[in-house]
Write a protein that binds this ligand. Sequence first.
Ligand code: PLP
Length: 451
Amino acid sequence: RDHARLLEEKTSKSREFHRRASNVTPLGVESNVRSFDPYPFYIEETDGSYVYDMDDNEYLDFLLALGPIILGHGHPEVKEAVKRQVEKSDLTATPQPVAIEFMEKVCEMVPSIESVRMANSGTEATMHALRVARSYTGKEKIAKPEGGYAGAHDYALQSVYASEEALGPEEEPNTVSYGTGIPDAISETVVAFPFNDKEATERILRKHADDMAAVIIEPVMFSCGCLKPRDGYHEFLRELTDELDIVLIWDEVMTGFRLGPQSAQGRFGVTPDMTTFAKAAGAGYQVAGFGGRRDIMEEIVPPKKKEASKWNSSAFHGGTYNGHPVAAAAGLKTLEILDERDVYEHIDRLGDRLFNGLQEVADDAGLAVNVEHIGSMGQVYMTDHDIHSYRDTWHANTDQFADWWLEAAADGVLFGNPLQGERFFTTYTHTDEQIDHALEVAEDAFRAVDH
Ligand code: PLP
């Protein structure tokens, strides 16, 4: 079966539309990760577990907007909260109670967050968190695991994806900008270390400790698919950063409010100094933020407003759209639902069924596959190699993955997107029947790809 051709036949309107879109925007998409070959499907409607493209094809959705859609598409109560807020107020440059109420809920739910500010994307959240950490410590460098994605600003776009040649030895990797247009001076302020390797992590952090303001790390590295921490790794990093006066920032943009009501930090029982969040906090609306220890967040406060020079002794945080009332209303309703209903029980149970099932059907199909997951999030690696670090993921066959993905998409199931470095999810509206159907489609797709 020629799945690529089958899909092309089903998506002729998207193919045409891609030409039109490419006239006005690079690659014909709004964000680089939405682009894939030969062209993306343009989605016009979403509902519960499904999305519908402009050719009226229905897809059972596990891509879920790269994470935010935790309650299913268009949860009626979130929709209602949004509609009510739209009727009530739009943006003002004076604060609104709904945003404060959202932030109260965040502080109530997330162990590390005593004080918080809102942002509009994960990128903004990590950018501001890093600045505040630098201000607090008076130090400049930051450390991050190689392979980690912490947003699209220059400091975060370091050692995200790079070749072995560029990265050098894993025990002491070079810092390499992801893409062009980033000044070399930025790379000099970022230090990369290998995730899950205690010895190398400790050596690298000790070497730079006097200049190191913060470590920014995902508790589970979903930016490499799904790299779970080895036992004790986060406890070790917590102790080491305490000892070295380095602010520990958990980038929970992907895991926040997804791995549990307290986020990954509740699941692992480790409390960072600062936390960033976005995605699941808003169930599809532009909700993001960063927060943490009160004494660190106080860096944002100028000591005395009247003395102009004192403004330069605090870290700036601002933004016209921060705490937008409609986003805040969506976020508040989302967190209330997450806190009060059986969402995690449901998505984690279906996550176990889906990802364990994928391993089984891949094994039955005779393909070397390693499925990694935790709770409602996971990824399929086309390799039987163990996956603990970014470089382990290089063993996976990315072409085979893209073929498998396309096979399933042609049959109406979106297992994430065709990039091996991404991951996919279960959501509150998924049912056992939908998981059964997805596994049947997945098995056929595994059998169809070249072995
Ligand atoms: N941090 C992590 C761990 C992410 O996965 C992402 C996005 O996928 C970001 C930061 C950036 O978030 P955003 O795309 O909202 O800017």
